[in-house]
Design a protein. Structure first.
Length: 142
């Protein structure tokens, strides 16, 4: 891409639901996550039917195809890819350099193999988008 600048991630977090209200030009987010536990009666490995990852990007020039990657962070620091979202195209052509562009990714049937830390990051064809990488701690019920 000639004359392009990769945006920076300002915000990135998971939540139960995200919905864009076109009339108000606002996102409504339900129950942001930081630490979650298995539902009562569930056990690992566990699959979440649906959740959303909200993000806000800033400072980009050009158009980029981005997606969310979710990795399990192992105790030795290695990462295991657990899932990816669909690709979202972000266009910064008519956006002021200081303004943010926000949107949300819907993730379905996402596996959580065990308790621990899971990392969410935004990627594009140029690698990991710099800025925030969200970590989610998943606990057992016991």
């Amino acid at each position: 891409m000639a004359n392009s600048v990769l945006p920076t991630v300002r915000l990135l977090f998971a939540c139960d639901h995200a919905e864009y209200l076109a009339d108000d030009e606002k996102w409504v987010l339900k129950h942001p996550w930081s630490v979650v536990a298995l539902p009562e009666g569930a056990k690992f490995p566990f699959r979440v039917e649906e959740f959303w990852v909200y993000t806000q990007l800033a400072g980009g020039i050009g158009t980029f195809e981005v997606m969310v990657e979710m990795c399990q962070v192992k105790p030795d620091g290695t990462r295991r890819l657990c899932g990816r979202s669909s690709i979202h195209q972000v266009d910064f052509e008519d956006v002021h350099r200081l303004a943010g562009v926000d949107f949300a990714f819907q993730l379905k049937r996402v596996p959580f193999p065990s308790v621990g830390v899971y990392e969410f990051r935004l990627t594009c064809n140029e690698g990991v988008v710099p800025g925030v990488i969200f970590e989610l701690r998943v606990l057992d019920r016991t």
